[in-house]
Design a protein around this ligand. Sequence first.
Ligand SMILES: NC(=O)c1ccc[n+]([C@@H]2O[C@H](COP(=O)([O-])OP(=O)(O)OC[C@H]3O[C@@H](n4cnc5c(N)ncnc54)[C@H](OP(=O)(O)O)[C@@H]3O)[C@@H](O)[C@H]2O)c1
Ligand SMILES: [Zn+2]
Length: 505
Amino acid sequence: MTTPQLAPGDALFLREALELALRGHGLVSPNPLVGAVLVNGDQVVGRGFHTWAGVKHAEILALEEAGGDARGSTLYINLEPCSHDGRTGPCARALIEAGVRRVVCAIEDPNPLVAGRGLRLLREAGVEVQIGGVLAAEADKLNESFVHAMRTGRPLVTLKAALTLDGKISAPDDNRGWITSEQARAHVQQLRHSSDAILTGIGTVLADDCLLTDRTGLPRSRPLLRIVADSQLRIPPGSKMAVSCRADVLVATTSAASPERRAALERQGARIEVFDGSGGRVDLRSLLDWLHREQYRSLILEAGSKLNWAALEAGIVDKVFLYYGAKILGGMQSLPMAGGAGRRRRADAIRVHHLTLHSVAQDLGDLRAGSRVNLERPLAANGRLSGHIVQGHVDGTGEFLALEPLGLDNWWLKIRAPGDLDRYLVFKGSIAIDGISLTIASLEAGVLGVTIIPHTIENTSLGSHRPGDRLNLECDILAKHVEKLLGRLDVKPELTVDKLREAGF
Ligand SMILES: NC(=O)c1ccc[n+]([C@@H]2O[C@H](COP(=O)([O-])OP(=O)(O)OC[C@H]3O[C@@H](n4cnc5c(N)ncnc54)[C@H](OP(=O)(O)O)[C@@H]3O)[C@@H](O)[C@H]2O)c1
Ligand SMILES: [Zn+2]
C-alpha cells in the first residue's frame, strides 16, 4: 500500500489521537489502545479513548461528544474503525450514520475480524478514507503486543534480565542486594505493568521466593497473570507466589506431577495446566498457544539461566530487555543470562536485530552549546489553520515535576503551573510547553499532565529536563479573548454558569 503524505494539520490531529490512545495504557488489554479526535472545520468537536471497563470504543465516545457537529467532520484515529459486532456495534456503521465525511487513520486493524473491512464499509458509504502516513510506524509500536498477537497468533514474548557487565545474573553463594539501579527496577515495574502475563522457572521461585507482581500501583484492565514453569509441581505451598495467589497464578506443569500436589495448589487458588514437552519439561509453545486462546497479548519472561535458554532455543523470544549494572561478577559458578547447552559454534549464535541502547538514569544537563531547542514553522498566511494556536508569547513558566514512563516508550509529563494561569487551563484544552502544542490530559491542584509519544520526545527538547527546571507555558489565546469579552460585557453580573448552559455552552 502506498503511504500518502498527510497534510501538516492532519499529522497534528493524528498525533493527538495517538496521545489520547495512550490514556488507556494498562486499561485496554485484550483490546488495542485507541484514541479518536473528531474535527469539524478546524475545530475539535469530539475526543475519545478506549478502556476495557468503559466498553465503548474511542470513536463512539468522540461521536457522543460531538453530537450534531459530527456531520461533515473528519475523524482522526490510530487504528481502523471496527466492522464487527463485538461487545459494541460496528463503529464504521456508527460513523457513517453520524455523517462523518472523512476518516484519517494511521494503520489498518490487524485483527483478522476487521483487517480492512471497516475501511471498506466506510469507502462504500462514500466516506473519504486516508490510511498510513508519517505516524504509521508509531501507531504500530503503540499497540505492539496487540499487533504482534493478531499477526502471529501468539503473545509478544519479552525476555528481561538484570545482568552484570560480564553477563551474569546470579552469584553462587549470596544473591542479596541488586545488580541494577533503582531507576532500572522502576522501569522493570513499567514493563510488568505493560504486560498481560509474566513467566519464571521453578528454579527462580526456589532460589528467590519471588512475588512477580505489578507494583506500579496503576490500574489495569485485568491482573497480571503470574506463571511458573514447574514440571513436577515443586513449588512450596508456603512460597510467596502460592500464598499470595488471587486467581492470578498459573502453574504450568506436566502430567508427571503428583495429583496430591496439584489438588493442594488448586485449593490455594492456583490454576494448574498441563503442557507436556520433551524431556519431561513444560512445552513452552503449547503454553503460548494457551495464553493466546485466553487472550493474553504479551508475556514477560523473568527467569533464570535454564528457562531463559529454553525459551531462546525454542525461538519464542521476540524481544530482549537486558538491564546492565556496572559490575563484574566473574567466576565459573556465577550463572550466565542463558545457560543450558547453548550453541556450540560461534556461527550458530542467536542473533539480535534492531539493537537500541538507553541510559535508564536521566542525566541531561541545562541548555548549553549543542543542546536541542524546539523550532516551529510560522503559519503561512494562505495555510490551513489546524491544531492549537501557538504564537510563541510566553504567559508564564511552570516547574517541571516529572517525566514518568507510561509503558515502555511513552511518557507522562507533569508540570506545576503558576496560579495566575490556572483560569486558562482546562482539561482536554490546549497548552504550549516550550513552544510545543499539547493537550492537557490531567489537571489537579495546579499540576497539569500531558501524555507524550516517542515522536514528540525524539523531535523536541521535552525529554531533556530535570525536576525543578522551568518550562515556558503559553495558554490558548481563545481563553484570553473570551476573558476579555466577558470583562467588557455589562451583563456580567447576570452571566452565570446556568445562563451559559441555557445558551448552549
Ligand atoms: N538477574 C536476573 O535477572 C535473574 C532473573 C531470574 C532469576 N535469576 C536467578 O537465576 C537463578 C535460577 O536459575 P535457574 O536456571 O535455576 O532457574 P529457572 O530458569 O528460573 O528455572 C529452571 C527450572 O524451570 C523448570 N522448567 C520447566 N519447564 C522448563 C523448560 N521447558 N525448560 C527449562 N526449564 C524448565 C525446570 O525445573 P523442573 O524440571 O523441576 O520443572 C528448571 O530446572 C536464581 O539464582 C535467580 O536469582 C536472576
Ligand atoms: Zn469499534
